[in-house]
Design a protein around this ligand. Sequence first.
Ligand code: HEC
Length: 154
Amino acid sequence: MNKKNLKFEILDFKLILMALLVSACSSNSKNPDTNSVKFKQYYVKGEELYLKHCSNCHQATGTGLGLVYPPLNTSDYMENNFESVLCLMKYGMKGEVIVNGKSFSQPMPGVFELTDLEIAEIATYIYNTWDHQRGLVDVTEASRVMDSCVAIPN
Ligand code: HEC
């Protein structure tokens, strides 16, 4: 084999490697992080906490209840207000809220004892179940949001 051919073979090999890498990355990009051990730990703990603190009202299936408890399974409010959702878990929510075009106005009591890690776990659960595919909500992200909660009205 002469030098020129060898060069081409190496180039070919590099191209194949690149193609493999690109396809591996793009198949993950739709669902970031959901294969990691960390994601699974957060998700499992988050489900447990959701069933303990939230499902009484919002139901285990996330459908909510009539016009009293708003839904989480499909919720434009959740999609558009990520930071407020983290805050309201701990501090509660009052006043009118429109979810998927329906009005809700019962006050929601906050669960004040939740730690930033528990908020991150519940958020990882509710934002990756039903219609939602957000990926891991890390505790560092949750802490950053929780530090800003006072600035949010309600
Ligand atoms: C006692 C019943 C009750 C519990 C327990 C409760 N919620 Fe709520 N939740 C409500 C009500 C009522 C509202 C609407 C508040 C309003 O109208 O201002 C609401 C609103 C919300 C919203 C915004 C609206 C929507 O549907 O997207 C989210 C998100 C939410 N709750 C998540 C949670 C999570 C997560 C927990 C557990 C940490 C939880 N809630 C616990 C009753 C409850």
